[in-house]
Each structure stands twice: as C-alpha cells, then as structure tokens.
Write a new protein. Structure first.
Lengths: 139, 139, 139, 139
DNA sequence: GTGGTCTAGACCACC
DNA sequence: GTGGTCTAGACCACG
C-alpha cells in the first residue's frame, strides 16, 4: 500500500494505520467493495507486528469501515466513504481546535497564528514527497 | 494561581502543569526571580497529588526554567524567559506543522483549511473563560 | 544484571542506577542497540521499587542514552557510547577537582595528597570484589 | 572572616561553615582560646540566615571544637586543634577513597587517574585566589 | 509482557 | 515551612 508509519511519533501505530486507511477511503484511493491488504501482507510492508495491523483492522470494523468476508479478507464497506469523509472533517476540526486553544493560552494573537499556519502550509505544500511524509504527531 | 488542568485530556498532568508554567513565564505573568507556588500548595489548588506537581517542577528544573533554593522554594531562573519564549514559538510551529501535514494528507485545500482555523479561532477567542478552558488533547 | 546499589550511601538510588548504566555503556558492557533489563525485572534484582528504576531510566532517556520501544523495552541509543564516555571523563574530572580544592584548602601539599590517592588505589584495586563495592558517599 | 560558601554546591551551608572552621583550626589560622565571630556577625558576612550559622556552631560544639562562654561568645577549645587535624586526615582519606572507588568502577586505570589528579592539582595550585575558591561539592 | 502515569503516604535534610 | 526521595499499589496504552 501507499502509506507510512512512524513508530516514534507518539501516536499508536495501529492508530496511524487506521487513520491512513480512512483517509485513503475519504480520498477515494480506496473504494467501497475493494479488499484491503491482508494483515500479514501489510504487516510485512510496514515492518510492523501483525498484531498491530490486526488491531487497526479491528478498530476499522468497529467503525463499520471494513467488513469481514469469511475466508476472503476485509472489504471496504458501502457506508465507509460517507463515514470517512465525515470523520475527516470532524477529526480535523477537533485537531484544529486543540491547537487553537493552545495558541490562545500561550498568548498568540490571531494574525501571528494565521501567519504561522500559512507559512507552514506553503513550505509543506510544495514538497513533492508530501504523500510520503510521516506524520510526526506529538506525545 | 491562574491555571487549570484537565485530568482527562490525554496529556499527562505533570506536562500540563509544566507547560502552563512556561506559558506564564513567556507571557510575563511569572517573572525571573519570583518563587513559584510550593509543591504542596499547588497540589492542593489543582486537586492533584504533590508528586505530580513535583514531577512537573523537576522537569522544569531540567529545562533550567526553575532553580531550587534549599528550604525556600523554587525560583524562576534568569534564562527562563528567553527559553520559554523560544519554546513557545518552536512548539507552536511544530504543532501547526503536524496538523498541516495531516490536512494535506487527507486532501484539504488551503482555503478550506484556513477557513477551519479561522472559524475555530473566532468561536474560541470570544469565550471569556478562555483561560479556564481545558486543553482537550488527542482524538 | 551486574551492578549493586547501596541504599545508605547518601546518593539517590535512581542516581546510582543511572550512573552504573552509563558506566556499563562506557565500558562496552552494554552496547548500542541492546535492550536494558525491564523496569520490573531490574527492580526485583536490586530489591528496589519499580518506580525508582523507572526514574533512573527516565533520566537516561532525557540524556538520550536510552530510547523507548513501545511495548518492547528500552534500548541503548546509538549516541549513548560517545555520550557516556564523555560523561565518564567529565564527571571524573569534576569530582577530582572538588577533592583537590578541598585538599588545597585544608593545607595538603602535593606529595602528601598524591600519596593518599595512591595508597587508596592500592588497597582498593586488589580487592577482587571491587565491582561489588558499594560507593560510600558523603561523610 | 576569610571563607566562602556556595549555596548551590549541594553541600548544606551549615556544613560548609563548620568544615571551614575546622580547616582554619587545623591550619592554625584559628587558635585555641580565640573567639569565633558571633552568629549574627558571621551571618551578615556570609549573607546567610543566622539560623544556619547557629546550626554550624552547634555542630562544632557537639564535636567539642567550640565551647560557649556565657555572655561572651564561642571559643576554640583546647582539644580542637588535635581533633581538627585528625578530622582533616580522616575526611580526606574518606573522600579520596570514594572518588577512587568511582574511578575503579568506571574503568579507569591507575595512571590515567593519577594523571587526572596531577593535572587538576597543577591547574588549581597556581591560581592565586585559591583560598577564595568556593568548594563545588556535588550531591 | 512492556513502559508511563498517578495516587497515597512516609521520611529526610534544609532553612 | 521548603523540596527530594522512596515505597506501595493501581490503572492505562502498547505490541
């Protein structure tokens, strides 16, 4: 598959996997009805413990994003796309809100902060390897 | 004192304390040479175990932000302000960068994202209790 | 493992542990990439509270000597050896300097003092249990 | 008086005071029968809390180094010189032994260590302000 | 199994 | 009164 995990980012690996699967669905890189890679296969590709992949897939099943086909594998569900797009929006709002609260608490003014955001966006958006960027999260 | 901790935010309490002390110094609410509240006193105010406050203060001593005066208390060091202001900037840049990377990865376009940020800022900035807001961390 | 702590030496136990880990790395008894004993395991061996070992390990992580592998253990970092060898040298210089200052202040002459050092070295070096010697600290 | 204390050395201030009094007696700078400065006077000179000086003097009385003359002050006792010279020797032996043990534990060889001691001695002995040197101790 | 965090309560040295 | 250390035991997230 196409994504990357960073074991030192402070975010649980299973969480990184689950999120990137959701993003892929939200972006239509992965579509309803498709099979995701098997636990073992993905574990090998990401150089990660199979248990960790299994946990990510389990969480995705709980979220009704994946569904098990006995003896076949895990399939992206029909409702997944809607769910993932919604999740994308909600998660991003929550994340933005947290950072904004921190910024307010530490005394930033609005323009100073927006400036920070824009300059980060500029510098990151032009990097062509953006999709390979790991996501340094935060402890 | 002036700050609040949220035991359910997912951020370690000692970390919330340490950060808010740094912010207070960066904002000049707390100045070089002043004594911070005693471990026991702050523990009572925050309804937290004294060991937890002690751990925050110990970390701040490692960062050269506080210095111990035996039998007297803990004092804000002279270098603290510079360090804390720098940390404020650097930390915020790092946090913003992480969110921006996530946004890019999940397919946001710039204006959509900036819009999210601005609306979050608007709604949070006008809340008068902003300083009492807990910092809901990690989704 | 191979080291000993003395709870009555006046030196904090966590500090004795951290120092001995560093020494082991400086001496190549412990090498980059290896896992150190788990917190609980070492706590049992040293007959010490696990929190105390955890504190030592935490300090070593702050010093970039150890790094955490989630759910796996703590690993000696790559930079550790250099750091520890440097620390060994610097610490010993500092300790020697303090004693020398005391000696000068209390009116020793050089040969008298060197004699003291040599006789101490002789008598301690031939004891075969040297590595098991506790470090009686502070008079 | 002639000595210096370092509140950040990790050694208790009262202990620094008591030791320096003993050293002065061992060196005959202070002689049997002389009065030591009053608690208040010394406290002012050293910029230290009078309680701290009082504690040092109390310890020295326990050691029979000083004796109280009601309404007059504290006098260096007759036995003091012998006691202090003995203490000088014994303390230095103990300190040297501790450092030597550490050196052995951290894998120094004899010549390497003696070299360290000699170079420290050289560089410190020629400093003219040697008597004003504070004694950085260390915990 | 691993480390990380927190609480509770104790004892110490220092001022 | 202050900070520092240690113990005991609990719970959590992670692999």
């Amino acid at each position: 598959m196409f994504f990357q995990i960073d074991p030192d980012s402070g975010v649980a690996i299973y969480d990184q996997i689950a999120r990137q699967v959701k993003y892929a669905i939200a972006k239509n890189t992965l579509r309803a009805g498709e099979l995701v890679p098997s636990v073992r296969e993905l574990a090998v590709k990401l150089a990660v413990n199979p248990n960790t992949v299994a946990r990510a897939y389990r969480d995705l099943q709980n979220d009704k994003v994946l569904e098990a086909l006995r003896g076949e594998g895990l399939r992206v569900s029909q409702e997944a796309a809607a769910h993932c797009r919604l999740a994308r929006q909600t998660n991003m709002e929550a994340r933005v809100q947290r950072v904004v609260i921190e910024a307010l608490q530490s005394g930033f003014v609005k323009d100073e902060f927006i400036g920070l955001v824009e300059s980060a966006w500029q510098s990151l958006a032009r990097s062509k390897t953006i999709e390979k960027q790991s996501i340094p999260e935060t402890p």
